[in-house]
Ligand binder design. Structure first.
Ligand code: HXC
Length: 258
């Protein structure tokens, strides 16, 4: 598929997907969401890809869903089309690790998209927000749920009810992002993290994702049982023998995803 609103590059086992609607601060319109869903699916099944980075421009990760495109729609339009029900949430269904590298605005659907990724590395100029209330709507692709799980009820309510933006420092303090880096080194830092992940066993990395994500869906006892069974399952892989063997032989592990 030839893309017009995103740019995809695969190098050294890392797929970089860049949102690219500079005139609209990467606002998420139907075309972009469809192309993004396609690119994420492709990267997920591409044997060469071991980690995915989702990013935008230095000014905006994404300033939200495209307001021009949706402003005139009726309830019947959005209900029948199940607007944002499928393609907009594709990032949450990727099985390989996905890093969001966020510079500038990550607002509304942009913040929600970043939160669908496994972790967020923020440039020091990043601004996060759920300003949908200013438009007379609530968040539509998980903001009320994922932001609350990430930062707790009080700050989530504050963000959703006032529509204010959170800077990178506050986002790190609140646990929304895993680290803040200087804007100019954002992609280097994201590539370095992706490179580290790409060295691991793909099987184990995917299992880690499943286990951590399960913590949002289940009780502590069910979640720890799920984790333990995954831990046990890893002993059926050659990569477990390689990882532990390499440690004992004091050499770097060479994982083969087997
Ligand atoms: C469509 C958008 C847009 C958006 C910016 N633009 N955000 N177009 N949808 N969400 C466009 C502007 O119209 C303008 O185009 C150009 O991008 C530059 O934006 P400016 O406003 O001129 O830039 P600036 O003054 O720097 O302000 C930046 C900003 C502001 C603070 C990010 O653009 C803003 O508040 N945007 C809306 C943020 C928002 O409310 N997001 C939530 C959307 S609802 P023109 O052609 O006019 O020059 C949402 C619902 C989620 O996300 C549901 C699930 C996906």
């Amino acid at each position: 598929m030839a893309y017009e609103t995103i740019i995809v590059e695969v190098e050294d086992h890392v797929a970089v997907i860049r949102l690219n609607r500079p005139d609209a601060l990467n606002a998420l319109n139907t075309q972009l969401l469809s192309e993004l869903a396609d690119a994420l699916r492709e990267a997920d099944v591409n044997e060469k890809v071991r980690c995915i980075i989702l990013t935008g421009s230095s000014k905006a990760f994404a300033a939200g869903a495209d307001i021009k495109e949706m402003s005139e729609k009726s309830f019947v339009d959005v209900f029948l089309a199940d607007l944002f029900g499928n393609e907009a949430t594709a990032a949450a269904r990727v099985r390989k690790p996905v890093i969001a590298a966020v510079a500038g605005y990550a607002l509304g659907g942009g913040c929600e998209l970043a939160m669908m990724c496994d972790f967020i590395i923020a440039a020091d100029n990043a601004k996060f927000g759920q300003p949908e209330i200013n438009l007379g709507v609530v968040a539509g692709i998980g903001g009320t749920q994922r932001l609350t799980r990430a930062v707790g009820k009080s700050k989530s309510m504050d963000m959703h009810l006032t529509g204010r933006f959170m800077d990178a420092e506050e986002a790190e303090r609140a646990g929304l992002v895993s680290r803040v880096v200087p804007a100019k080194s954002l992609m280097d830092e994201a590539q370095a993290a992706a490179g580290k992940i790409a060295e691991k066993s793909r099987l184990t990395a995917m299992a880690v994702k499943e286990a951590v994500n399960r913590s949002f869906e289940t009780t502590l006892s069910e979640g720890t049982l799920f984790e333990r069974r995954l831990f046990h399952a890893m002993f059926a892989t050659d990569d477990q023998k390689e990882g532990m063997g390499a440690f004992l032989e004091k050499r770097a592990a060479q994982f083969r995803d087997e």
